[in-house]
Design a protein around this ligand. Structure first.
Ligand code: HEC
Ligand code: HEC
Length: 102
């Protein structure tokens, strides 16, 4: 019985995803306005427990999936997005601090 439903549900989902001419609906990772945290953009252990001390940011953060929405109101988020893509993980510390990594 379940397999009867699977295909229609899949087709409906695909329909939703591709509607609006495939406009980008993805807002990426969202932790709200990160300037409201104690050190602002700079990472602290308290707000970054899972990632703390690691330098390989892209193990967990997909660069295509961050810096998509301006939630801080301080910056040109498109420029930040492109800068992060072009500089890669060697550029993160300039804005987010060392993340406790040596
Ligand atoms: C092992 C996985 C992991 C790694 C590696 C990692 N992060 Fe994260 N990061 C997370 C998780 C999970 C969150 C969501 C907040 C949380 O639960 O700690 C996060 C949140 C963030 C945030 C938002 C913090 C806030 O104030 O809410 C920033 C900025 C960030 N990471 C930057 C980095 C940078 C820069 C690096 C590399 C130096 C990095 N991350 C490496 C897992 C990781
Ligand atoms: C030019 C400064 C700059 C650089 C370089 C930069 N970031 Fe960010 N990052 C920001 C700002 C500003 C925000 C907050 C965006 C907002 O909400 O307006 C942010 C937000 C984030 C977030 C929270 C999720 C989100 O999309 O808002 C993560 C995760 C993150 N950065 C990871 C990284 C990683 C990993 C790198 C290195 C590849 C990096 N950043 C490089 C400025 C930078």
């Amino acid at each position: 019985m379940k397999s009867y439903l699977a295909l229609p549900i899949l087709l409906i989902s695909v329909g939703f995803l591709t509607s609006c001419g495939g406009a980008a609906l993805n807002e990426g990772e969202n932790y709200g306005n990160i300037l409201n945290t104690s050190q602002g953009l700079t990472l602290t252990q308290a707000e970054h427990q899972i990632g703390w001390g690691q330098s390989e940011c892209t193990i967990c953060h997909n660069l295509e999936n961050i810096h998509l929405v301006d939630r801080t109101g301080i910056t040109d988020i498109k420029a930040v997005h492109n800068q992060a893509l072009s500089e890669g993980i060697s550029g993160c510390a300039a804005c987010h601090g060392t993340n406790g990594a040596p």
